[in-house]
Design a protein around this ligand. Structure first.
Ligand code: HEM
Length: 440
């Protein structure tokens, strides 16, 4: 059956939306304007229709289509990328690919890599300044973004890691990102509407896995890591434990939408069923999270955390970072953080908890984190918040004893997540460091 769909077309770093005829029947495009601005480098991502109250979740992940953004919220892929991440870069980029393979402190062979002895800074001098302006393939752009952000963070924080290993103090990072990293990174970031810095979804975590057996589902034992800083089992476990949790998010998206639809239709039976399934999904996500303790040793986290620090509000970068060939003014970015994951904000928004967050600096920080998400995730979260508030999900739940209980059970899953998360923070971070700043 032929249907008219909207297709995003990339044109000089701005998105435009076109109606085309396609053989596919799916609903997939975001409907809200998102602005991810960085005035110092003129990055603007304002696009698409602002006023619509609708959000179209991907029915089919369109795995063979690399012209669409990697991160689009779908019933199958949830908040993971639509296509499995591209693992190796094409031959044209072999110097970059090789550099990243030789970079980790501990290589797969067990030998020390470039970061082990502080040799990355020198090795970066041999990296060509690759031309990326003509690339439109979204899968390749995502892989390049992941790889350049890994290289940038490793380069900028290499001196801090060495000092931290010796003195438990980070000292000062490199203040200038050379143009053979800065220019292509900035170009790729613009095309993806991202900041030119490492982030949770687009690089460190959710774009950094490979299925061992591509025909089997995304589960922890079926995952390999693509890029690493430390190259240790704990780093592998830390990153992939996040991916294994987010692998359940397709169902989270599905039951979020069912919850919203059933309130709109005033269908109590469907509403209770949706809340019950949402609760079961959150239970699975929390159970997966609990496995973090055995997948990543709490005493190791601090050893690879140096490389995921940001340049904003961090003493290692008192004057930010100069991106050579991009901006004469220093740039400041938050570091990688699970705070950019979309699952808990989705639940907060659906159950109308976001508006009840206290008015304090931490809430402000969490709001700022929202900019560090793929555009389509942000649009989905905004949509869930707007629609849940409009139809009053909470109000509908408390009108019926069964619904109210199910609503509370879901709140309890969020509580369980945050309680465990606080225990992680104490055991992995606070116990092991005197540095009073988190990565983000
Ligand atoms: C050992 C494991 C973990 C540690 C040490 C840890 C640490 C932290 C820290 C320090 C923050 C504060 C913000 C910042 O990064 O600067 C944070 C925030 C956050 N992290 Fe994690 N995290 C861990 C695992 C996870 C996992 C598995 C998830 C879920 C995918 C997650 C999701 C979040 C969220 C949603 C926030 C924002 C706070 C909130 O909404 O409650 N974290 N994390």
């Amino acid at each position: 059956m032929f249907s008219s769909i909207k297709r995003i077309v990339y044109n000089n770093s701005r998105l435009s939306i076109h109606n085309i005829t396609s053989t596919f029947t799916f609903r997939c495009f975001p409907t809200l304007v998102t602005t991810r601005k960085n005035s110092s480098i003129g990055l603007s991502t304002t696009h698409l229709d602002t006023q619509s109250n609708d959000f179209e979740v991907l029915q089919d992940s369109m795995e063979h289509d690399s012209s669409l953004p990697s991160f689009m919220v779908g019933y199958k892929n949830g908040f993971l990328p639509r296509q499995d991440p591209l693992v190796r870069l094409p031959d044209k980029f072999h110097v970059l690919d090789l550099l990243l393979q030789k970079m980790p402190i501990r290589l797969q062979s067990g030998e020390p890599g470039l970061l082990a002895k502080g040799e990355l800074g020198e090795a970066v001098k041999d990296l060509p300044l690759y031309e990326v302006s003509n690339i439109t393939d979204q899968r390749l752009l995502s892989a390049l973004f992941r790889d350049y952000t890994f290289l940038a963070s490793a380069y900028l924080l290499e001196p801090c890691d060495i000092m931290f290993r010796e003195k438990k103090d980070y000292g000062i990072g490199r203040q200038l990102l050379p143009k053979n990293i800065a220019v292509p990174l900035n170009n790729v970031a613009k095309k993806l509407y991202a900041f030119p810095f490492m982030e949770y979804n687009l690089s460190y975590s959710l774009y950094n896995y490979q299925r061992v057996n591509p025909s089997l589902p995304i589960t922890y034992p079926n995952l390999n890591l693509v890029r690493a800083f430390a190259g240790t089992p704990s780093e592998h476990g830390f990153i992939l434990a996040h991916v294994a949790m987010v692998a359940h998010s397709g169902r989270l998206v599905q039951w979020t939408m069912e919850t919203l639809n059933s309130v709109e239709q005033q269908n109590r039976l469907n509403f209770n069923n949706a809340l019950k399934n949402l609760n079961d999904t959150m239970f699975l996500i929390n159970r997966e999270m609990e496995a973090m303790w055995k997948r990543s040793n709490p005493d190791d986290y601090i050893k690879f955390r140096t490389f995921i620090m940001g340049s904003k509000n961090q003493p290692m970068f008192p004057n930010g970072i100069i991106y050579e060939g991009v901006s004469d003014a220093p740039l400041f970015y938050r570091g990688e953080s699970g705070a950019n994951d979309s699952m808990i904000p989705c639940m907060d928004n659906l159950l109308q908890l976001t508006a009840k967050m206290p008015n304090n600096p931490l809430t402000e920080v969490l709001k700022d984190f929202r900019k560090y998400r793929p555009t389509n995730h942000k649009e989905f979260l905004d949509y869930v918040q707007r629609r849940a508030d409009k139809i009053n999900v909470r109000g509908y739940a408390i009108k019926d004893a069964n619904s109210a209980t199910l609503y509370l059970e879901n709140m309890d899953q969020i509580r369980a997540f945050r309680n465990r998360h606080w225990n992680f923070t104490k055991e992995y971070v606070i116990k092991n460091t005197a540095h009073p700043f988190a990565t983000g």
